[in-house]
Design a protein around this ligand. Structure first.
Ligand code: C2E
Ligand code: MG
Ligand code: MG
Ligand code: MG
Length: 291
C-alpha cells in the first residue's frame, strides 16, 4: 500500500512537471507575437507624496492579455521572456509607451514623473545603454521626470557593471531606484557607493509590519539609512491607513499601494489626474493650470 502511494505520488509529480513545461512553452509561443498583436498594455499605479498626499507620478506596469490564455501575470511571463531573450524588445516597448503616454499629461502641465522597471537581463546587454539613450532621445520626454527601477538582486549581481551601464543615462538627468529593497543581499558598503537616488522598500516588509516589532524596527532602520545616504524612499504595497500613518511618521518620502489605487489603464489614470486638477485636489497640479 505504502509503495503504491509512493508510486502514485511520483507519477503525479511527473505529470505536474510535464504540465508546467507545456504551459511554459505555450506562454513562450504566444508571447512572441504579443506586441505585434497589440496584446501588451501599460498600466499605471500612482505614487503619492507622503507629506502633501498628492499624486506625484506613477509606476508603469506591463499587462498582457492573450485571446485564449486570458490575462497572464507579469510575475509569470516576465521570467519566461527573460529566459527566451524576449525581454529586451518587451522592455523597450514599455519604456517607449510609458514615455509617450505620460508626456501627454506633462504637456498638459501636470507635475508628474514616471517610473519604469528594467529587468536584470536588459541591463546585462552590451546594447542597453545606447538603445535606451536612443529611445529617450526620440521620445521628447523631459528626462528629469523619468526614474528607472532595478531590483536589488539585479543590481547586486554585478554592481560595477550596472554602475557602468547606467552612468551615461544618469548624465542625461534620469534617476535610478533600487526596487524590492530588502529581498536581495546588498552590503551596506555597496549601497552607500552605488549611484541610486531612490530606495523602494519591498511590499513584504510593509505587509508584515503589523505582525511584529522586529519588522517595524527593520522598516524604520531602512528609512533612516536611506535618509542618511540622501536617498528618497518609496514604500510599496500600502493597503491600510495604519500602514500609511506609521510610514509617514517614520519619514518615508512616497507611498504606493491599493490604499490609493491598483495599477490602471492610461485612460483611467489620466481621467483621475484631470479630475483632481479640476477639483483643486489630489494630483500635483502644474502652476499654469492653477492660474
Ligand atoms: P514591482 O516592480 O515591485 O511592482 C509592484 C507590484 O506590486 C505590482 O505587481 C503592483 O500591482 C503590486 N502592488 C502595488 N500595490 C500593491 C498593494 O497594495 N497590494 C498588493 N497585493 N500588490 C500591490 P504587478 O503589476 O503584478 O508586477 C509584478 C512585478 O512584475 C513587478 O514588481 C516587476 O518586478 C515585474 N514587472 C511588471 N511590469 C514590468 C515591466 O514593464 N518590466 C519589468 N522588467 N518588470 C515588470
Ligand atoms: Mg517596480
Ligand atoms: Mg517593487
Ligand atoms: Mg515588489
Amino acid at each position: 500500500r505504502a509503495k503504491q502511494n509512493g508510486r502514485d505520488q511520483v507519477m503525479m509529480f511527473d505529470q505536474r512537471i510535464r504540465d508546467e513545461a507545456r504551459e511554459r512553452n505555450r506562454i513562450e509561443q504566444c508571447l512572441r507575437d504579443a506586441e505585434e498583436n497589440a496584446e501588451l498594455e501599460v498600466h499605471y499605479q500612482p505614487k503619492i507624496d507622503m507629506i502633501s498626499g498628492k499624486w506625484v507620478g506613477a509606476e508603469a506596469l506591463l499587462r498582457w492579455t492573450h485571446p485564449e490564455l486570458g490575462r497572464v501575470s507579469p510575475v509569470k511571463f516576465i521570467p519566461i521572456a527573460e529566459e527566451c531573450g524576449m525581454m529586451g524588445p518587451i522592455g523597450e516597448f514599455v519604456l517607449r509607451r510609458s514615455l509617450a503616454q505620460m508626456k501627454e499629461l506633462i504637456d498638459e502641465g501636470f507635475d508628474l514623473t514616471v517610473a519604469v522597471n528594467v529587468a536584470p537581463v536588459q541591463l546585462r546587454s552590451p546594447y542597453f545603454t545606447d538603445r535606451t539613450l536612443g529611445i529617450l532621445g526620440e521620445s521628447g520626454y523631459p528626462l528629469e521626470r523619468l526614474e528607472l527601477e532595478i531590483t536589488e538582486s539585479g543590481v547586486m549581481e554585478s554592481p560595477g557593471y550596472v554602475e557602468k551601464q547606467i552612468a551615461p543615462i544618469r548624465e542625461e538627468g534620469v534617476r535610478f531606484a533600487i526596487d524590492d529593497f530588502g529581498t536581495g543581499y546588498s552590503s551596506l558598503s555597496n549601497l552607500a557607493t552605488m549611484p541610486f537616488d531612490t530606495l523602494k522598500i519591498d511590499r513584504s516588509f510593509v505587509m508584515s509590519m503589523a505582525e511584529s516589532e522586529d519588522r517595524r524596527v527593520i522598516v524604520q532602520l531602512i528609512l533612516t539609512m536611506a535618509k542618511q545616504l540622501r536617498m528618497k524612499t518609496v514604500a510599496e504595497g500600502i493597503e491600510t491607513e495604519s500602514q500609511l500613518a506609521a510610514l509617514k511618521e517614520w519619514g518615508a518620502s512616497y507611498g504606493q499601494g491599493y490604499l490609493w489605487s491598483t495599477p490602471v489603464p492610461f485612460a483611467e489614470f489620466a481621467r483621475i489626474v484631470r479630475g483632481q486638477a479640476k477639483e483643486g485636489s489630489g494630483t500635483a497640479v502644474a502652476p499654469e493650470l492653477v492660474s
